[in-house]
Design a protein around this ligand. Structure first.
Ligand SMILES: Cc1cc2nc3c(=O)[nH]c(=O)nc-3n(C[C@H](O)[C@H](O)[C@H](O)COP(=O)(O)O)c2cc1C
Ligand code: SF4
Ligand code: SF4
Length: 258
């Protein structure tokens, strides 16, 4: 079984790549939280993988929430993480290891997979051509990781004391930054409701046809930014909004959200 969370498609694409080679059920962490699905029974010898993006050197809030609730009928024999990141992995492996331990489980391996950086609220993400070059490197790296997963290698990246200390210092900024107050929609919005459907924590609601952020904080996954009508203060004006090719579709409407 492969549990995944994704905002802009990188981790979903990685999870699909792992499933194609390793097999097992692909399980969307967002769906589990929305449907209250927390009980899992791995088969004998079955591995369990967690695939998700690194946020501020640590775990997305939604992944923390899931790991606090998940329960396995029997401990998976090989439990691994593949964490996608854009530039600096820091001690993300150690942050996952600790969370897994707090959940009463044991992490066997954790790998960092560099992919295009998607944090458009913070910086300009790579545009399609540059992103596709980065993704070529990601595909090669994923092949190495797949071999290690199949060999059940006990590799733990980003778990050294100094790396984890850096993450522990950096990570609190995530909780400060993930405020929804600056989100709003401009006049490109056609009230289709896709942003609200896509939000993993239902932080967006259409009120009289206008997307409205109804929660103070969110995961900050950048998924809703796939629609160009969505703004965050002034920072996104003219800025490219990244999505993995798996989420790219030719646009007919003016909002580029479909
Ligand atoms: C809120 C936020 C924080 C991030 N923090 C980091 C980070 O600390 N280090 C890093 O290398 N990339 C960071 N990134 C980039 C993502 O980890 C990276 O682009 C990831 O592959 C996105 O995965 P997804 O497409 O599955 O959502 C961050 C992105 C977001 C949105
Ligand atoms: S996805 Fe875009 S166009 Fe559709 S409701 Fe949301 S902001 Fe408006
Ligand atoms: S509001 Fe947007 S950035 Fe925040 S969790 Fe929902 S989809 Fe992600």
């Amino acid at each position: 079984m492969i549990f995944y969370f994704t905002g802009t498609g990188n981790s979903y694409a990685a999870a699909l790549g792992i499933q194609q080679e390793v097999g097992g059920e692909l399980i969307n962490i967002t769906d589990c939280l929305q449907k209250g699905r927390y009980e899992f029974a791995p088969e004998k010898d079955e591995a369990a993988g967690f695939v998700f993006p690194v946020y501020f050197g640590g775990l997305p809030s939604i992944v923390n929430d899931f790991l606090e609730r998940v329960h396995f009928a029997s401990s998976p024999e090989y439990l691994y993480g593949v964490l996608t990141y854009g530039g600096r992995f820091f001690g993300a492996g150690g942050m996952l290891e600790k969370k897994i331990k707090d959940s009463g489980l044991e992490l066997s391996a954790v790998f960092g997979l560099k992919m295009p950086a998607n944090y458009a609220i913070m910086y300009e993400p790579p545009r399609e051509e540059e992103a596709d070059e980065i993704l070529e490197g990601s595909a090669k790296r994923l092949e190495e990781i797949l071999e290690q997963i199949l060999d059940r290698a006990l590799v733990k990246e980003g778990t050294s004391k100094s790396e984890v200390e850096t993450s522990i210092k950096f990570y609190p900024r995530y909780n400060k930054d993930r405020q929804t107050a600056p989100f709003y929609v401009d006049d490109q919005c056609v009230s289709c409701g896709i942003c609200a459907e896509r939000c993993p924590v239902k932080a967006i609601e259409l009120i009289d046809g206008t997307p409205t952020w109804i929660k103070e904080t969110c995961v900050f996954c950048m998924s809703c930014l796939r629609c160009n009508a969505i703004q965050y203060g002034d920072v996104l004006k003219g800025r490219y909004r990244y999505r993995h090719p798996i989420f790219r579709k030719k646009t007919k409407g003016k909002t580029e959200c479909h």
